[in-house]
Ligand binder design. Structure first.
Ligand SMILES: CC(C)(COP(=O)(O)OP(=O)(O)OC[C@H]1O[C@@H](n2cnc3c(N)ncnc32)[C@H](O)[C@@H]1OP(=O)(O)O)[C@@H](O)C(=O)NCCC(=O)NCCS
Length: 161
């Protein structure tokens, strides 16, 4: 039987590990903007959820979602290389989407590096649709592909007219 570890909110002690994962697996080649202090700020921010998936106390992956008035923004997501392709990324995204849907938000938006086809394939698998590109989005050096997902469709509900 495959057991998927459960998702929970990050604690301040998780900030360094999360920041290092961002540096190594997301921001590589672009410097390090998601420092431990910035991750701690996100953990404390009432409009942001920093979610982690843990096994035996170790953080295997994390996701950061910021909640606006009508839309949520999936800011960062990563799973440790040795833990990928076992469903952890999907569990994290679905947990964060559920929080957004419960809050009544319409959709989730995100940007993925255009040089990261694996992440784009992952998000397509999660029901995200391409919604344009943003040249030089990452420090003027790397383009972004914007992806979006309607939470109303996933809830089987039609938006109000
Ligand atoms: C993108 C990422 C979070 C996916 O995490 P994961 O735990 O491996 O994803 P899952 O196991 O939940 O994958 C679910 C489905 O997505 C698809 N998928 C995942 N990674 C994929 C890849 N590299 N290429 C193609 N499809 C992929 C698969 O269809 C997979 O289904 P499967 O189980 O039938 O193979 C992970 O690869 C990662 O951390 N990458 C580096 C950081 C990054 O790129 N983050 C996203 C941008 S912020």
């Amino acid at each position: 039987m495959i057991i998927i570890p459960s998702v929970s909110l990050a604690t301040l002690d998780d900030a360094r590990g999360i920041a290092e994962m961002s540096r190594d697996y997301i921001e590589f080649g672009l410097g390090w903007s998601w420092t431990p202090a910035r991750v701690q700020k996100a953990i404390r921010d009432s409009s942001t959820n920093v979610a982690v998936v843990r096994e035996k106390g170790d953080v295997l992956g994390f996701g950061i979602m910021r909640y606006g008035e009508q839309r949520a923004h999936l800011t960062l997501l990563a799973v440790l290389p040795g833990q990928r392709k076992r469903g952890l990324g999907a569990v994290l995204v679905q947990w964060l989407e559920k929080s957004a849907a419960i809050a009544g938000l319409e959709r989730v938006q995100l940007e993925a590096r255009s040089d990261n086809p694996g992440a784009i394939a992952f998000y397509r698998d999660q029901g995200y649709e391409p919604a344009g590109t943003q040249p030089g989005y990452y420090r003027g050096e790397v383009d972004a592909v914007r992806l979006e997902k309607s939470l109303w469709i996933s809830k089987g509900r039609e938006p109000d007219a």
